[in-house]
Design a protein around this ligand. Structure first.
Ligand code: NAP
Length: 475
């Protein structure tokens, strides 16, 4: 018998008969079921979050910080079981899941520390009879909607910062990976977070999204996911003029200049491309290589692709399955579209025999910018390879996308580094590195990759309001 997980509302677990199934993407076997929230339960969660906010926002930052430090410790203590749950429901290799737990936990510790340093400002007033200053206050009830690809880290990056700021949170995780979030919910109770401060609801995403965006109690929507859903939430939030943060899709370029250390560039690329089988918002999505090193780098890529181990995330592998049949079909359709428009397969190109939802690591050459594989987020283990000559043409081509999240480039020429960072329209850069994610990173993108930043020194800012006070001293 698989377990049925409930909803976390006002500190209590509520189970419903109506459930959704959670599958292991490795073999499509059912691993659990999760209660689907009714309209009344969603409204109840919103109402209770409001009561909880009133109390939580008045607790001292020192106490809030201490509770979050407890949560950080408990998450680290549960690293093994959390990692296993992540691999079970997302399919990613267990070594990556373990890194995700440390990464996810780092946001909790960081938010706990930053809450102690949250402050307003006092100004030298231009009017002598006045004192002028501003203070920071929590925005109120926060609705957080998260994707499946980092079932813990995308949750903690939002939830810890919101709670540290003094907000209460209603989380809606992805229906594909709700178990990690629910286990995190259990740990949150153990840490001493009071009832109603952190709630988790699952179920019909459209319905939940509608009720959360239309509620005047919910003051903030923080969303990580696709640009399509982000735009919808932004539109629906307009009726109540909600504060909104969006972490959306990407189309990351990975550039190898002729003076790059090619061995390092290769390993940086493999990390940036194949983490979570290419299913991350900052995955390398287009590979640009200078013509002078193109042939050499292409053959290095082919040799390296041959070594990648594809299989069950619980085995010693580099590349796991895709999350769903839709994801697999999307990857396949990009390959077909590219072939129709003249692309040539350099390596891979079809479903892998490792299991139903697996696709071979794939390198596609002779690519042009009309192809889906070049224009759209592939979200899979496939990569278009583009030869470039001049830096000017390269910059135009790299910027020719509606996305602007992450970009990577390898070069030894220091004078070029600043030039590229200035000219590329992206929010985050990996320079001679295929890894950019840490709690210090102001994580977010330009253009249609989103609005706002998460993590970093400003991690509490999206969950705070500014109140300005102009005070005439009259006694
Ligand atoms: P998604 O389909 O947009 O789903 C994200 C979340 O939104 C899920 O919880 C989903 O619920 C929910 N959702 C779907 N339709 C909704 C609606 N009408 N109203 C309210 N919520 C709705 O994205 P995904 O496939 O899970 O994640 C992949 C995407 O996330 C990629 O585009 C990736 O680039 C992006 N991403 C961005 C970042 C970043 O920091 N910029 C980080 C990670 C991922 P259900 O799953 O229950 O349908």
């Amino acid at each position: 018998m698989v377990k049925n997980y409930g909803l976390l509302i006002d500190g209590k677990w509520v189970e419903n008969k109506k459930t959704l199934n959670v599958l292991n993407p490795f073999n499509q076997k059912k691993i659990a079921s999760v209660s689907i929230a009714s309209v009344a339960q969603i409204k109840n969660a919103i109402q209770n979050s409001q009561y909880a906010f009133k109390k939580w926002s008045r607790i001292s930052v020192k106490d809030r910080s201490q509770i979050l430090k407890n949560l950080f410790r408990i998450v680290k203590e549960n690293k093994k079981s959390l990692s296993e749950t992540i691999t079970m429901e997302s399919g990613k290799p267990i070594s990556e899941s373990m890194v995700e737990v440390d990464y996810g936990a780092s946001f909790i510790e960081w938010a706990a520390e930053q809450s102690l340093g949250s402050y307003g400002k006092i100004f030298e007033s231009p009017e002598l009879d006045k004192k002028m200053f501003y203070i920071k206050k929590p925005v109120g009830v926060v609705a957080a909607i998260t994707p499946w690809n980092f079932p813990l880290a995308m949750v903690t990056r939002k939830v810890a910062a919101a709670i540290a700021a003094g907000c209460s949170v209603i989380l809606k995780p992805s229906e594909l990976t709700p178990l990690t979030a629910l286990k995190f919910g259990e740990l949150s109770i153990e840490s001493g977070i009071p009832s109603g401060v952190f709630n988790i609801i699952n179920g019909d995403a459209q319905l939940i999204g509608k009720l959360l965006t239309e509620s005047s109690i919910v003051k903030k929507i923080t969303f990580t996911g696709s640009t399509k859903v982000g735009k919808l939430l932004m539109k629906n939030s307009s009726s109540t003029v909600k504060n909104i943060s969006l972490e959306l899709g990407g189309n990351a370029p990975f550039i190898v200049f002729d003076d790059a250390n090619l061995d390092e560039a290769l390993e940086g690329f493999i990390a940036a491309k194949f983490r979570n089988a290419g299913q991350t918002c900052i995955s390398a999505n287009r590979l640009f290589v200078n013509e002078k090193v193109f042939e050499k780098f292409q053959s290095m890529l082919v040799n390296r692709f041959k070594q990648l181990r594809v299989g069950n995330g619980f085995d010693d592998v580099d590349v796991g399955p895709l999350i769903s049949n839709e994801a697999l079909e999307k990857v396949e359709s990009h390959i077909k579209d590219a072939a129709k428009k003249g692309a040539k397969l350099v390596f891979g190109g079809k479903r892998s025999d490792a299991g139903e939802l697996f696709f071979e690591p794939t390198l596609v050459g002779n690519v042009n910018k009309q192809m889906q594989i070049f224009k759209k987020e592939n979200f899979g283990p496939i990569i278009p390879l583009v030869k470039f000559k001049s830096e000017k043409d390269l910059i135009e081509l790299v910027n020719d996308t509606e996305y602007g999240l992450a970009a990577y480039f390898y070069t030894k020429k220091t004078s070029r580094i600043w030039e590229i960072v200035e000219n590329l329209e992206y929010g985050m850069f990996g320079v001679n590195s295929g890894k950019i994610s840490t709690y210090l990173n102001p994580f977010g993108g330009l253009k249609e990759s989103g609005i706002g930043r998460e993590g970093s020194l400003q991690c509490l800012e999206p969950f705070l309001e500014t109140k300005f006070i102009s005070w005439r001293v009259n006694d």
